[in-house]
Every structure is written in C-alpha cells, then in structure tokens.
Design a protein around this ligand. Structure first.
Ligand code: ZN
Length: 343
C-alpha cells in the first residue's frame, strides 16, 4: 500500500551518511529519465566533513550556475578541509543547481528553473523544484549556520559583500549581522530583495538559522582577488560558527556598511540599446548624477537617454554586458552608513 501523505519524501537520496564522522565526498542523486539515460540520475556533488560535537554549517554555491567565485572556493575547500580541523560538521554543496553550473548558466537548461526562485520547492515538481525541496526539508534542518555564495554572474558585476536581511526576530537578525561582519568582505550590506518570497534565503531564515548571503564579484568569471575574498570569508564564517579554531582573518580595512533604503535603489532600464555606464563600481554618486546613457543601436544621430541616480550613495552593482534591454538592472545605488545595528 502506498502512502498518500503529502509532502511525500524527496526522490533525492544522498550517497553520504550525514551522521558519520570523517570526510566523505559523494552525491545527492535525483532520478531523471531522459533521452540519453532512461534510468539515469542527476549527481550533485556534496562533501561532508565531521568530527565530534559541535554546530553544523551548510555552505552552498552554484545556486546560480554562472557565479564562479563561490563555486571555485567551495571546490577548493572540499578538497582541502580535513576532519581533524573541525569541531562539528561542514556540509559543502559547491553546485547546488548542477545542471545550471554544467551549462555555465544562471538557470537550469533542463527546466529553466532558477533555484533561488524555487523555494520552498516541491517533491513532485520540476528538477529544480525537487532540488529546492530537498535542500529545504533535508539540508537546512541539519544546520545551525548557513552561508550561500553568490556573485553577479554573466549579467552583473557586484561589489564584494556579505549580507543579511532585516528579520522579525531581532535576536536572529543580530546574529546574522555578526556573522556577516566576521566574513570580512570589503562591504557588509543590509539587503532589500526585489522578490524575497521564493528565495533560499527566506527558507533558511524561516527555519531560524543564522544565515549569511554574499555577492562576491561577477561577469561570469572570477579573479584572484574575488576568489581570495571568498575563501577568506568562508574560513572566517567557519571560525565564527566555532567549527574552525582561531580568530577571523581581518581585511586590511574594516568593512564599509551599506544599506538599501528601498527597492528604489535598483535603477532599471526602460529602453533597450547600447549601454554606456558613466560610473564605476564603488563610486560615490550624488542624487541626480548621470549614471548611464543608452544609445539607440538602430541609427546614428539620436541623442542617448540618460539615467540618473535617484539618491546619493555608492554604486554597489552594475550591469555587465554592454547591451541592455527593457527592465534590466543598470546600476544599484546603496547608502553608506556608520552601523547596521538596529537603532
Ligand atoms: Zn546568484
């Protein structure tokens, strides 16, 4: 007799034993039946490193497949981390949306799923929704702390920052801020999302975990600097959790605190054409300052459309490709503030 209870258990099975000590490199296996493999499975790499009593940290990247700073840093960590270094457990998933990562794309080529818009997921849904459901019901409940590594991917370049969200639970928000500060990226941001309802972030925060998200560069590549910031931040996060010994490694300068007063700080295009950015990442801009011009690519002799900053602040993100379409984010302007503690 089959159970009719819902939600049913995930179809994903792990080849690692989450309760075992030591180091295990394995897979999250999701059955898929496709032209190339009738009885096949999607094999999402996972590493678990555990020793003794202590907290669990869940480290993820590749929720978007073209964001290489976190994917690279977590691959390196999975290869390097040894059980004798940890007190507790580290679960590492460098390419959470594996089909997207293999394709070098933000979303999955199987179902066009954006894993960070698919939570809480669905065990009977698309491949991407099934991955989200497994993370939501199996991985998140195992952790005390979660760190998710993002960057701008092919279409954005973003100042390297660790971020947290304003939460109803003030204690949880303070704990997330403390962890974000200790990540020691050049910037720390209190983030306002364009749409938080289906994010991984919201799923983790709803379960009461201490959560840090990041944006660590972009352009669909990585640099020695961006990977270095990411690796230092991950080490610092594990020290902050009490899983690695030591003191967090500080950056040369204390982090600059940024906040996004409203979704107004996203400047989005109402034209398509050739994009000329007149400001660079990290620049201070004044309200009304021209941040970009968009040229009509179908003709010469037409004046470009100018886009101005609605408020003063720091350019924290920019569109990466030089062509822009309707609705694309051109720049994001954040406010520099002295502290991100609640008043
Ligand atoms: Zn991302």
């Amino acid at each position: 007799m089959t159970s009719t209870s819902w939600p049913r258990p995930s179809s994903i099975t792990a080849t690692v034993d989450f309760s075992a000590e030591g180091i295990q490199h394995g897979f999250l296996k999701l059955p898929v039946s496709v032209d190339e493999s009738a009885w096949g499975a999607l094999m999402i790499p996972i590493t678990v490193v555990a020793r003794g009593e202590g907290p669990t940290a869940l480290l993820t990247a590749g929720i978007h497949g073209d964001e290489y700073e976190g994917i690279t840093a977590l691959h390196k960590l999975a290869n390097a981390l040894q059980p004798e270094q940890v007190e507790g457990r580290v679960i590492i998933v460098p390419m959470a949306n594996l089909p997207a990562a293999m394709a070098g794309q933000r979303t999955s080529p199987i179902d066009k799923g954006n894993l960070n818009r698919s939570f809480p997921g669905n065990p009977d849904g698309s491949v991407t929704e099934q991955i989200a459901d497994y993370i939501n019901r199996v991985l998140i409940p195992k952790c005390d702390y979660a760190l998710d590594c993002h960057s701008g991917g092919k279409t954005l370049d973003i100042l390297p920052f660790a971020a947290f969200h304003g939460l109803d639970n003030e204690l949880q928000e303070r704990a997330c801020l403390a962890a974000a500060l200790n990540f020691s990226a050049p910037y720390v941001l209190k983030m306002v999302e364009l749409d938080a309802t289906r994010l991984y972030d919201s799923a983790v925060e709803r379960q009461g975990k201490i959560f840090v998200t990041t944006e660590l560069g972009g352009g669909g590549t990585s640099t020695p600097l961006s990977v270095g910031i990411t690796e230092r931040g991950i080490t610092n996060f594990l020290i902050h959790c009490g899983i690695l010994e030591g003191e967090p490694l500080a950056s040369a300068q204390p982090p600059i605190c940024l906040e996004m007063p409203s979704s107004d700080c996203y400047v989005q295009s109402e034209h398509s054409g050739l994009l000329e950015l007149t400001v660079a990442l990290g620049d201070h801009v004044n309200a009304g300052q021209v941040t970009a011009r968009i040229y009509d690519m179908t003709r010469t002799g037409a004046e470009p459309v100018e886009y101005r900053a609605r408020s003063a602040g720091i350019v924290m993100a920019r569109r990466f490709p030089a062509q822009v379409g309707m609705g694309d984010t051109i720049v994001v302007i954040a406010n520099e503030v002295a502290s991100l503690e609640r008043a």
